[in-house]
Design a protein around this ligand. Structure first.
Ligand code: ZN
Length: 193
């Protein structure tokens, strides 16, 4: 039985050799047209996908209040926040009014909010001097205060009006809450535009 195996193997080898020789010329002829294929794979790595992710509002972006008829309404809450940090006063206005609503639930003694109008540079000193002056938390007769509303608690509302001529020059001006500790979060720019 064993002597037949080499014979079969050689017979198969001849058969494979015959088969592999005949297709060989057609394979070499077919390869040149297929060569450009690897070049098409390169553009699939899209470089513009990474650049389109970046555009988003920056953390320092302003939230302007909606102004109409020389007045605006802003809200405040139990998280020590105003709803806007920029109030643009139309240059044509003589008097401007800011309405303040407190949409929280905490009482005025714990989470009081008001609106004080002053030069931005005076905010810190005004708040510091009014620290112990409850309930308005403003020093009596503070000449640096251009105007201010009442101090309100959750569910309350108040308003303050002021002469626009007072904030046309010598700014920048600001609005802020003088309740102790609130100035850092509750302040915004007030500008004639
Ligand atoms: Zn406040």
């Amino acid at each position: 039985m064993t002597p037949r195996i080499p014979l079969l193997a050689s017979a198969l080898a001849l058969a494979f050799a015959a088969c592999s020789q005949s297709p060989a010329p057609t394979q070499t002829a077919a390869t040149p047209p297929a060569a450009p294929a690897p070049a098409e794979a390169a553009p699939t790595t899209a470089p513009d996908a990474a650049t389109s992710v970046d555009p988003r509002p920056s953390p320092g972006a302003s939230t302007p209040a909606v102004v109409s008829d020389c007045a605006t309404t802003i809200t405040s809450n139990d998280a020590m926040q105003y709803s806007a940090d920029l109030i643009g006063v139309p240059a044509g206005c003589t008097t401007f009014t800011i309405h303040l609503e407190h949409v929280g639930t905490l009482p005025v003694g714990a989470m009081g909010h008001n609106v004080v109008i002053a030069r931005q540079a005076d905010m810190g000193a005004i708040a510091a001097d009014g620290m112990t002056a409850a309930p308005d938390h403003l020093k009596a007769g503070d000449s640096r205060v251009i105007a201010h509303s009442a101090m309100i608690g959750g569910g309350g509302a108040t308003s303050v009006s002021f002469d626009v001529a007072r904030i046309r020059d010598g700014g920048p001006y600001a609005f802020f809450c003088s309740f102790p500790g609130h100035l850092a979060l509750m302040q915004g720019r007030l500008q004639v535009e």
